[in-house]
Ligand binder design. Structure first.
Ligand code: PA5
Length: 325
């Protein structure tokens, strides 16, 4: 499924997509593997001053009443309770809504209400459909706002991820992922990014390790972590975190001050916590940089699962919880 990501980005690059009502702000509503498309859209659009925000809850935040954003509901299954609740709240408030899904209740509502809808190919786990969902979200955002056509950045992203993946596990990305997965062993991963492409990538890493490798994993960002988390890596408290390992996600575009903070922070915690990997983004566009850092995390999560004899695909406990709600 990871190997299909370049083709997914290419699919999105060729999408026409429906016309979406104009708006200056887009609120992307979605959860988990679908919701992270909102974080990708936010970081890409934010880089060029277009206001996209991600919402991961029931209902809608109170500010939508005054700003009246376009509500972009993203759910791969089309049946996620929180996302349907957001759409319902938007309907009550008379907000414009657009939908991305493979079908389900969300597609049914879109057809009934006349909301523009973009159907993405079905048959994957939602988190494995990242290229479809992020690409579709960017196409919809570009239709609604001043964001320019994302086709070129999607093509660049497809090429950059394909280069990392190579063929049949031969790519540089696999090599790097195998080394990090080996160093992680049975450690709990802590992923550090910084504002911009590595923030969303750090989030993706942690969630992929949760769902594919079935392990806790945590993420945070520089410089905020210098103001709190850094203190928690106190060597006298090692018994509490002794099995953690830190992965750094770095970007050539990060501010010089942030680079300096990474260097100093590593020096300060090196005695306490092992730095088990450093991954640099590849590419020009924010999307390519976020996606290349992310795909290494996808691979690490699967290598960690493989080493533990775990099937990365099913997420039975999520299904059980949804059934019991
Ligand atoms: O990866 C997963 O399976 C989950 O994180 C789902 O994406 C999440 O539960 C939301 O479901 P959906 O993506 O169908 O809206």
């Amino acid at each position: 499924m990871i190997e299909s990501l370049p083709a997914q980005y290419r699919w999105a690059a060729e999408l026409a997509g429906p016309k979406v009502p104009d708006s200056t702000t887009v609120l992307v509503c979605g959860m988990g593997g679908s919701g992270i498309s909102g974080d990708f859209a936010q970081v890409v659009a934010g880089g060029v001053g277009v206001d996209v925000r991600a919402h991961k809850d029931y209902g809608l935040p109170a500010w939508v009443g005054s700003i009246r954003p376009l509500i972009l509901a993203v759910s791969y299954s089309g049946n996620t309770a929180e996302t349907l609740s957001a759409v319902d709240a938007a309907r009550v408030l008379g907000l414009d809504v657009a939908v991305i899904s493979t079908g389900g209740e969300l597609a049914r509502i879109a057809a009934a209400e006349g909301y523009p809808a973009l159907l993405v190919p079905a048959g994957l786990q939602p988190r494995a459909a990242l290229g479809y969902l992020v690409g579709a979200a960017l196409v919809m955002v570009a239709s609604a706002t001043s964001l320019s056509n994302p086709a070129a950045m999607l093509v660049e992203t497809a090429q950059a991820t394909a280069d990392l993946l190579g063929t049949e596990g031969s790519g540089r990305g696999h090599e790097q992922a195998r080394a990090i997965a080996g160093a992680l062993e049975s450690r709990t991963a802590v992923i550090w990014g910084s504002a911009g492409p590595t923030e969303v990538a750090a989030q993706r890493w942690a969630k992929q390790l949760n769902e594919n490798a079935k392990t806790p994993a945590y993420w945070s960002t520089m410089p905020e972590l210098n103001h709190n988390e850094l203190v928690g890596w106190d060597s006298t408290r090692r018994e509490l975190y002794g099995s953690a390992g830190i992965v750094l996600l770095r970007d050539e575009g990060e501010r010089q001050e942030v680079s300096r903070r990474f260097d100093l922070t590593v020096e300060l915690v090196r005695e306490s916590a092992p730095i088990i990997g450093e991954v640099w983004t590849v590419g020009e566009s924010v999307l390519a940089r976020a996606a290349t850092a992310s795909v290494i995390g996808d691979l690490v999560s699967v290598y960690v699962a493989e080493a533990a004899g775990i099937d990365p695909v099913p997420v039975d406990v999520i299904t059980e919880l949804k059934d019991r709600l």
